[in-house]
Each structure stands twice: as C-alpha cells, then as structure tokens.
Write a protein that binds this ligand. Structure first.
Ligand SMILES: *Cc1c(COP(=O)(O)O)cnc(C)c1O
Length: 370
C-alpha cells in the first residue's frame, strides 16, 4: 500500500452510504446499577472493509456477533491492529453527547500510519460512531456516572503469512454500556514504578494506540498486581529514568503548585483526557509543564512533601488519584492517600462537561442528532 493512497483517502469528504441489517429482537438491557466495565455489548456493530486500490467500502451496521477468522489472517500473526476508546454520555434532557470524537479520529489516523495501515478519514470515523450510537440509543444508560463506551478498531484481515503491509483491513466499532470504572468511586490507587520492563521507546509505537503495546505491557502489570499494586508507572525505555505514563492513563504530578506531565515526544500516548485537563488547568491560570521528569526528582518531591497530588488521566476512569508510589522497594504516600483538592475539582469539571451538567465553554461536546 502506498502512503499517497492513504493521504488521499484521509481527505475524502463524501457521506457514507451505510447499509443496515437490523436484529429482529433486541437483547434485554442490563441493570444500570451493575454494569461494570466492558461486560455487555449492544445489539449491533459497525463494519467497513478496506481493499488496496479500492479504499474503504461496504459500510454496514449489522447484528453484533462473532467474525469468521481465517487462521492465516495477518493480524493474528503480526499484530497490525489499532484501537480507540471514547464514550457517549446521556445528559439530563435525555440527549446523547460525544466528547471530542474528532480527536480520536485523528489519533487513529496517526496510529495507523505508523503501522502501515490505511487511515479512516476523520469525517467517516465520526459519522460511523454517530450512526451506530444513534442506532443503539436505547443502550446509552442514564444513571449517574454511567456511559456507553465506544471501541473502534482496525486490523489486517488479509490471509497470508508473509511479513508486509496487508492488502485488506476491517474497521469495526462495538459498543458497551459501562458504569463508573471504579465502582467504589474516585479513590486513590497504588502505583508500581516499573524499573525492569519497558513499554515503549522513541521511534517505536508508544504514541500509537496499538494492541501490540498492550501485549508488551501485561508482564509488568501482572508483576505490579503480585506486589499489591493496581497499575504500573512506566519509565522511559532507554535510561529507565524519566517518568512516562501509567498503564492505560497519562500521569500528572502537582509539584510546588505546578502540574508536571511527560511531553509528547514519541513514546507517550497523546491522551484526549490529558489534552482536556491541560486546557482546563491553563484556563484556571495554572502552570503546566510538559517536560522530562526523572523518577529521582519525583521521589525527592514525594519525600519532601513538594509533591502534593498525583493522578492518572484516561477516558475509562477519567481521573484516577495516585495515593502511593513504590520504586525499588521504597513506598511513598501522596497526600496521606487521599484524593487531592485539585484532582477532585478536575474530575468534577471534566465529568460535568462530559455529562452536560456544566457549561462547555471549550466546545468539546457534540450532540447526536437523534
Ligand atoms: C488510551 C490511553 C491513554 C488515555 O488516552 P485517552 O484518550 O485520554 O483515553 C493513555 N495511555 C495509554 C497507553 C492509552 O492506551
């Protein structure tokens, strides 16, 4: 596949002709009090195919169900796959809002380019999400803190065992009604600073949302859990010195009243939540530093009390306070293992915008035309 093809494709502005094949009888909806995360899937899914020389074609909304997979399908062998994660929120008027879906569309284009897959043009991506959510509107839960998690993904579907970019791909979107990521509410988590395994290096795929990154990260996650920690804080892949991000979240540290987070320079995932939090902080007149932060500086700040709050940011959990860090056997507590004031205020502000409870002065939410 030539890159010029991909470029052209990304500029396409045509409205998609989506074919609908709907189920006869819809499934019973799960109890909104016990959704958990990623346990239920809706009645339909969106599928679109890509063929080299033809582009994206055959957009369709069909009953949710198993795919038929050839054992030689390339994604199973060489992991050409990327995904996205965003949510649809029901506001008090019963309307359905998306949060910055164009950011996910753009990020997927960048992810796909890195692993030589065609990008899904931004307007196609957003339209596909909107049409599928509209079709499944009754699945968007209404209870406080619940939402409809949207999982778009692209993978190499060609059957071949040679290593080369595939000639065919599939873009699929599935939906899952979810409850709060942490059912006990916003509470601090214990984080294991990983100094043996690494997740990403500059020049690699750290900035992409590709399944392969997660495959490489599971061993450290298991190790953290064995030691009684919830997630891993990754250090940079070369020096194992600079703080990068937490398992599925970007990481932010409040040091001396300034918010410090890793810069986006190739090995860190450019989170939509990260970007939104930075905008909100700057809007409040706070200083945000996107820079190298060494683990030694961070541990010193924790020991001396200069590190007053720390939190992870990501679509699934929104904001997750960090109550303890453990590095090379030394555990330090942050803010007495309590959710910090700024952390809580950021959580309330961002979720307030997402659920349409407070004014969206940044123009981030997008109402679905029902
Ligand atoms: C998805 C993801 C994030 C968070 O990104 P959001 O767009 O805020 O959800 C952070 N780090 C990694 C590794 C991720 O995969």
């Amino acid at each position: 596949m030539r890159l010029s093809n991909i470029k052209q494709n990304n500029k396409e502005t045509t409205k998609m002709d989506i074919k609908y094949e709907l189920v006869e009888k819809r499934k019973e909806k799960p109890d909104e009090n016990n959704l958990g995360f990623g346990n239920y899937f809706t009645d339909h899914m969106f599928i679109m195919d890509y063929t080299e020389g033809k582009g994206w074609h055959d957009a369709r909304i069909v009953p949710y169900g198993p795919l038929s997979i050839d054992p030689a399908m390339m994604v199973l062998h060489y992991a050409q796959e990327t995904f996205e994660g965003l949510k649809a929120y029901r506001n008090e008027k019963g309307e359905i809002l998306l949060f910055r879906p164009e950011m996910n569309a753009k990020r997927m284009i960048n992810s796909n380019k890195r692993i030589c897959m065609p990008g899904v043009p931004e307007d196609m991506f957003v339209e596909a999400v909107e049409k599928l959510v509209k079709c499944e509107k009754d699945w968007v839960p209404a209870k406080e803190e619940t939402s409809l998690y949207i999982r778009p993904f692209v993978f190499a579907s060609e059957s071949s065992v040679g290593v080369h970019p595939a000639k065919t791909y599939k873009f699929i979107i599935i939906l899952s009604p979810v409850g709060a990521y942490y059912p006990e509410g916003v509470n601090p988590v214990k984080i294991w600073v990983e100094d043996e395994y690494v997740r990403a290096v500059k020049g690699g795929t750290g900035f992409t949302k590709c399944g392969g990154n997660y495959a490489a990260s599971i061993a450290a996650q298991v190790k953290a859990e064995e030691n009684g920690y919830t997630q891993v804080l990754w250090l940079d892949g070369v020096h194992r010195k600079y703080v990068e991000e937490v398992g599925t979240m970007n990481a932010m540290f409040v040091i001396d009243g300034k918010v410090v987070t890793a810069a986006l320079d190739g090995s860190v995932l450019p989170g939509v939540t990260r970007d939104s939090i930075i905008h909100i902080l700057k809007d409040w007149g706070m200083e945000v530093e996107e820079r190298d932060l060494s683990i030694d500086e961070l541990m010193d700040a924790a020991r001396s009390g200069k590190l007053t709050e720390a939190f992870g940011t990501g679509t699934a959990a929104v904001i997750s306070p960090i109550g303890e860090l453990c590095y090379k056997g030394e555990a330090v507590e942050i803010n007495g293992f309590k959710t910090g004031e700024l952390t809580q205020k950021l959580y309330d502000t961002l979720t307030g915008i997402q659920w349409g409870k407070i004014e969206d002065k940044f123009g981030w939410t997008r109402k679905i035309d029902l």
